[in-house]
Write a protein that binds this ligand. Structure first.
Ligand code: HEM
Length: 71
């Protein structure tokens, strides 16, 4: 899977909601952690309604996502 670092809504072929497409968020460790904690609190109207509760789970996810990023 290709992963475009920093830009939201960048994976080709997935229809993102306007909440993601129109956001000016830049994905970093910090913004990803905030999003994954409570997606709709950060991007009102996102279709991702559930968050990842445990901080260590979020840290694991973010570390994994970084292995997918283009150099
Ligand atoms: C790798 C961690 C994850 C990331 C970075 C992530 C990010 C995203 C993003 C950016 C969207 C598109 C939202 C939109 O267009 O409004 C999305 C959709 C969604 N996410 Fe996540 N998500 C993750 C994990 C999860 C988990 C663990 C769940 C549920 C337990 C979940 C549930 C959903 C649902 C239900 C959608 C909507 C899918 C659809 O369009 O049909 N996500 N996610």
């Amino acid at each position: 899977m290709e992963c475009s670092v920093g830009k939201p809504g960048a994976v080709e072929g997935y229809r993102y909601s306007a909440a993601v497409v129109n956001s000016d968020v830049v994905w970093t460790d910090e913004t990803l952690d905030t999003y994954l904690t409570a997606p709709a609190r950060m991007l009102r109207g996102t279709r991702m309604t559930t968050g990842v509760v445990r901080p260590d789970d979020r840290a694991d996810i973010i570390a994994y996502l970084k292995t997918l990023a283009a150099p």
